[in-house]
Design a protein around this ligand. Structure first.
Ligand SMILES: [Fe+2]
Length: 330
C-alpha cells in the first residue's frame, strides 16, 4: 500500500493550538490516546463491544453510493432493505455472511454509548454543538470517496478494528470527477496498481487508524474509507464557523460547497485574503431568492472567484445535468 508517512501522530493539543496548527490549515492528523480517561477506552475489541453494547440497536443498510446505484437499477447487485439490528445480531449476521454490503453508517448514538465518553473542550463551540455518530461494518466494506456536506471537521475515533483512509485535498476536486458530494472514482473496484496510480494523480495520502486513535478529517477534505478488519468508529463532527454554517444552511450542497468552504476555515485569514467576503456572503444569503438554481449559480460564481475558472469545471457534472433536463431546454 502506498502509505506515505505524511499524517502526523500526536497527543491532542490545547484548543488554540489545535485550531491554529491543524483546523485552520485543513491539516489531517492522528490524535493518539483520544478519550484517554473515559470508559469507552476499555472497549478495544469486538468481543468487548459485544459485552458492553450487544443489545444496542442501530439501522443497518448498504453504503450510500452502493445504495443509490442499487435503488436506481444501475448496480449489478439488487437493493437491500434497511434493517434495525442489535450489535450482537449484526456481528452474528456478518459471521454467516462475511461479504455483506450491509453496515451501520452515520447513525445517532444510543444513550448507553453516548455516556461512555465526554467530549473534550477542543471540539466545543458556542456557534454549533458537536454531533456524534456511530459507524460499524465488516472487513472489506467501504465508504465511497466523498466530502461531508455538513461542513464540519470530523474526528473519527476508532473503537475496535482498523480502518484505512485515503485523504484528498479540495484543491484536487477537478481530478476527482466530482458529482455533488461524491467522486466518480470507485476506489473499491480498482486493482492495487490502479490505486497507486490514482493516489499519485490525486496527490492523496493513505493513513491507517487503530483502536484508541482518532483521525482528524478536516472540513471539505475528501475521504475514502475501507474496513481493514471488522471495525467500529464513532465520529465527532464539529467546528463550523459563521461562514461555513451559512454556506451549509443557505446554499445547495453541490460540489462547489467544497471549493468555497475550504477557503473559509479561518475567518481572519479569509478577511485578509478576500476583504469584505464575509459581509458579501451574509448579504447574498438574505438578498438572493430562495430558488435553488439561483443559489447554485451564486455558489458556483463564488467558487470561480476564489479558485479561478479553470479549477471549477466538471465535465462529469455537465453531462449529468444535461441528462436531467427536459429535451427542449438542452
Ligand atoms: Fe464522510
Amino acid at each position: 500500500m502506498n502509505e506515505k508517512p505524511t499524517v502526523e501522530r500526536i497527543q491532542l493539543p490545547a484548543k488554540n493550538d489545535f485550531f491554529t496548527d491543524y483546523l485552520a490549515l485543513a491539516r489531517p492528523v492522528v490524535v493518539q490516546d483520544f478519550f484517554s480517561d473515559d470508559p469507552i477506552r476499555d472497549i478495544q475489541t469486538s468481543e468487548q463491544a459485544l459485552e458492553a453494547w450487544g443489545d444496542e440497536k442501530f439501522r443497518i443498510r448498504p453504503e450510500y453510493v452502493e445504495r443509490f446505484m442499487s435503488n436506481r437499477g444501475v448496480s449489478e447487485l439488487p437493493p437491500e432493505p434497511i434493517q434495525h439490528l442489535s450489535l450482537s445480531e449484526y456481528l452474528d449476521f456478518t459471521k454467516s455472511q462475511p461479504d455483506t454490503r450491509l453496515l451501520c453508517t452515520e447513525e445517532p448514538l444510543t444513550e448507553i454509548v453516548r455516556k461512555s465518553f465526554r467530549l473534550p473542550e477542543q471540539v466545543e463551540s458556542l456557534i454549533d454543538p458537536p454531533i456524534t455518530q456511530m459507524f460499524f461494518g465488516n472487513r472489506g466494506n467501504h465508504a465511497h470517496l466523498h466530502f461531508d456536506g455538513d461542513c464540519r471537521h470530523g474526528l473519527l475515533y476508532q473503537v475496535y478494528g482498523r480502518k484505512r483512509i485515503l485523504l484528498v485535498s479540495p484543491k484536487m476536486q477537478s481530478r476527482m470527477m466530482p458529482l455533488g458530494l461524491v467522486s466518480g472514482w470507485f476506489i473499491n473496484r480498482l486493482s492495487q496498481s490502479e490505486r497507486t496510480a490514482l493516489t499519485d494523480f490525486l496527490e492523496g495520502t493513505w493513513v491507517t487508524i487503530n483502536p484508541g486513535e482518532a483521525l482528524l478529517i478536516p472540513a471539505f477534505t475528501s475521504h475514502f474509507i475501507e474496513y481493514v478488519d471488522d471495525a467500529m468508529s464513532i465520529s465527532v463532527d464539529f467546528g463550523r464557523n459563521p461562514m461555513t454554517r451559512r454556506l451549509h444552511d443557505e446554499f445547495p450542497h453541490t460540489r462547489h460547497l467544497q471549493l468555497v468552504g475550504s477557503h473559509l476555515l479561518d475567518a481572519e485569514h479569509t478577511e485578509r485574503l478576500h476583504p469584505g467576503f464575509e459581509k458579501e456572503l451574509e448579504t447574498l444569503c438574505y438578498s438572493l431568492p430562495r430558488d435553488p438554481e439561483v443559489r447554485r449559480e451564486a455558489l458556483r460564481r463564488m467558487a470561480a472567484r476564489l479558485h479561478g475558472e479553470t479549477t471549477e469545471s466538471s465535465r462529469l457534472e455537465e453531462l449529468f445535468l444535461a441528462s436531467q433536463r427536459p429535451p427542449e431546454s438542452q
